[in-house]
Design a protein around this ligand. Structure first.
Ligand code: ADP
Ligand code: TRP
Length: 322
């Protein structure tokens, strides 16, 4: 198994990013023959146009990923823009990508539907993502549910290239964590930076507690039995609780006779605890930025070697080498 994933440095990571994506990155680095994880700063450029902010978020993302368990001895961690081969590959892929395929992609379609101006970067975003994946012969791409469409586009583009020029690219598959495909935010909608409903992994404990208290619940009386599976608070609780506690809480929901405030306190305690070690590692890494840059530098060198090999194969296949 050759694993790859990317995450955009567009702000601080939240619980949805952790349970939907980052947790899988960490698990898969132990199972994969090779694991590549990168910070998608070129993709982030389609939304962040503040130079200093983008630089800051890029380094923050690296520190966060290392603090959360990405181990540079097991996985290759790098910044997307340090591998220019991917942009060259992106052009080759663009020449076999039908417009209609990109017109159907959510990010572009949603922006257009709102009457907002879209640029070519946003329109061709999925092709750059395809290049990211294909450049490393990746077969497994751990992501949240919202990225599945992009992995499908990647397969279509790879197939389109392969059918014209002969077998060149490996067809990748998305890997979605079933229990965290769509982590809800404090308002019950999908947790997302763009909805302002996140609880961030490295929010200080008092902020976590405050946000947990604001999680939307219904106003049915405590004694009434409730369905845990449709309750946002329970869904979040179950991400952190060990199986026995999770089951016990589900049974209490079905029985009724408990208050939401009590569940919120339990969730806040679990969540603060859950990330305590990562918080300490983060402080340590923050104090040693040179070490972080060195890890990214080594990762980029390794990623460039692999991407150069695949790019050469692709150029030979389509006749761009003479
Ligand atoms: P955001 O929606 O906050 O901008 P991103 O689009 O940058 O988050 O997502 C980064 C990764 O985290 C992707 O793999 C995405 O699928 C995953 N992810 C984001 N939000 C969630 C969520 N609420 N539930 C599950 N996975 C998520
Ligand atoms: N588009 C992805 C997101 O918003 C980030 C990303 C860029 C990515 N390139 C990728 C994810 C390649 C998986 C594989 O989350």
């Amino acid at each position: 198994m050759r694993v790859l994933s990317g995450i955009q440095p567009t702000g601080r990571f939240h619980w949805g990013n952790y349970f939907g994506a980052i947790r899988q990155y960490v698990q898969l680095q132990y199972q994969a023959e090779e694991a590549f994880y990168f910070i998608a700063n070129l993709h982030a450029l389609t939304t962040i146009r503040d130079r200093e902010l983008l630089k800051q978020y890029t380094l923050d993302a690296a520190i966060d990923l290392l603090a959360l368990g990405i181990d540079p001895d097991r996985a290759t961690l790098f910044v997307q823009s340090d591998v220019p081969q991917v942009c060259e590959l992106c052009w080759l892929l663009m020449t076999v990508t039908p417009m209609g395929l990109l017109e159907r992609c959510h990010a572009y379609k949603d922006k257009k539907a709102k009457g907002l101006p879209a640029d070519a970067g946003l329109f061709t975003y999925p092709v750059l993502q395809a290049a990211d994946i294909l450049a490393y012969d990746s077969d497994t791409v751990p992501v949240g549910e919202d990225q599945v469409q992009h992995i499908e586009v990647c397969r279509d583009v790879a197939q389109s290239f392969n059918s014209r020029f002969g077998p060149t690219f490996v067809l990748p598959e998305a890997r979605v964590m079933r229990d965290a495909a769509r982590v809800p935010g404090i308002d019950g909608e999908k947790m997302s930076k763009s909805y302002n409903n996140t609880i961030d992994i490295f929010d200080p404990p008092e902020v976590v507690r405050k946000k947990v208290m604001r999680i939307k619940t219904d106003c049915r009386p405590p004694e009434e039995p409730k369905d845990p599976d449709t309750d946002t608070l329970y869904q979040l609780y179950s991400l952190f609780a060990p199986p026995a506690e999770r089951e016990a809480m589900a049974a209490r929901y079905r029985q009724g006779g408990f208050g939401y405030a009590e569940v919120k306190t339990a969730l806040a305690d679990l969540a603060v605890n859950f990330f305590t070690e990562a918080r300490e590692r983060r402080r340590e890494l923050e104090a040693h930025p040179a070490r972080v840059r060195e890890i990214l530098g080594d990762g980029a060198a390794k990623a460039r070697r692999k991407a150069a090999e695949v790019l050469r194969r692709a150029k030979e296949a389509c006749g761009v080498i003479y």
